[in-house]
Design a protein around this ligand. Structure first.
Ligand code: PEP
Ligand code: MN
Length: 336
């Protein structure tokens, strides 16, 4: 529920309501405006909403009608801003996560890390555990891949984001990664969501290939409700009747997510299209419509890539993309 305090309410009345709600086990978010204070509260409201409505200083109590509560703009109006060692996601600065689909070798990841850093990325992406459609395809280097990612971070100062595919690996991946990625295929793996909620690292939650906005936000709600409110949403394309592109990149996700939630939104135009030639246009569109950053696949030799070569930019094309993005960023009042 949302508790709207009277403009005349003082600190004593606000504390009274907050303490009462906390005593009853509610999760609270306090938004102090110039005129009014609004308290977002999630818990068993059947009994308490009428009692709170008559407490001193309370103007009205409104229900949160959406099924997601803590992820909603009603519960928390201010944007969530995630600060990872000074790299800010969800603020004025755009963040570019770039790198190969998978860690393939030491030389490969160290070289790409240097190239994407030179291009302007602050976060290195690459999978060590790969969710592949075929059991015969390259499955990733596993822990060895995580170690190489840590070495790349050491060498370049880039942050590292990598996918975790199951609850048992969360602790291991969290030892090496700065941001944990939940892949599209795992968006509704509820045990994994509950486990990752206990982890203190930020989580990037990809949209499932057939997930509605509501299902996606509900998956984020699992993570927040479990205790981890550092959630970043990533649109990576959905399944439609179109087969020319690998997926249909749904850029409407950006304004919709911004309207419904307070969470940062990242666009992945690589998996979103499956074709490197389309990545630049969709990236420019993504930033123009308000995304907080991009996740882009980059490979020094896409034709030799062990996975997702056709959608990978070369470092030269990545540099070109960043130059063009700077123009769009300035128009929409963002820094890059
Ligand atoms: C990836 O980012 O490497 C990946 C596997 O993406 P998705 O889960 O969106 O398919
Ligand atoms: Mn990939």
């Amino acid at each position: 529920m949302i508790v709207v305090m009277r403009s005349s309410a003082g600190q004593k009345e606000i504390d009274g309501v907050v303490n009462r709600l906390e005593r009853e086990g509610f999760k609270i978010h306090l938004s102090k405006g110039v005129e009014t204070t609004i308290i977002g509260a999630v818990g068993d409201e059947t009994r308490l909403s009428t009692a709170v409505a008559v407490m001193p200083g309370v103007e009205k109590v409104l229900p949160i009608l959406k099924p997601y509560k803590q992820a909603s703009r009603e519960f928390k109006n201010e944007d969530t801003i995630i600060d990872i060692n000074g790299v800010i996601i969800g603020g004025r600065e755009l963040q570019i996560m770039a790198g190969p689909c998978a860690v393939e070798s030491r030389d490969q990841i160290l070289e790409i890390a240097c190239r994407v850093k030179e291009g302007g990325a602050k976060i290195l992406r690459a999978g060590a555990f790969k969710p592949r459609t075929s059991p015969y395809s390259f499955q990733g280097l596993g822990e060895e891949g995580l170690k190489l990612l840590a070495e790349a971070r050491e060498k370049t100062g880039l942050l590292v984001i990598t996918e975790v595919m199951d609850g048992e690996s969360v602790e291991l991946v969290a030892e090496y990664a700065d941001i944990l990625q939940i892949g599209a295929r795992n968006m509704q793996n509820f045990p994994l969501l509950k486990t990752i909620a206990k982890c203190e690292k930020p989580v990037l939650l990809k949209r499932g290939p057939a997930a509605t906005f509501e299902e996606w936000i509900m998956a984020a709600e699992y993570i927040i409700n479990g205790g981890n409110n550092q959630v970043i949403l990533c649109e990576r394309g959905i399944r439609t009747f179109e087969t020319y592109t690998r997926n249909t990149l749904d850029l409407s996700a950006v304004p919709v997510i911004k309207m419904l939630t307070h969470l940062p939104v990242i666009i992945d135009p690589s998996h979103g299209t499956g074709r490197w030639e389309l990545v630049e246009a969709m990236s420019l569109g993504a930033i123009a419509c308000g995304a907080d950053g991009l996740m882009v696949e980059v490979h020094c030799n896409p034709s030799e890539a062990m996975s997702d070569g056709p959608q990978s930019l070369t470092p030269e094309n990545f540099n070109h993309l960043i130059t063009k993005l700077r123009g769009i960023a300035a128009v929409v009042d963002r820094n890059l």
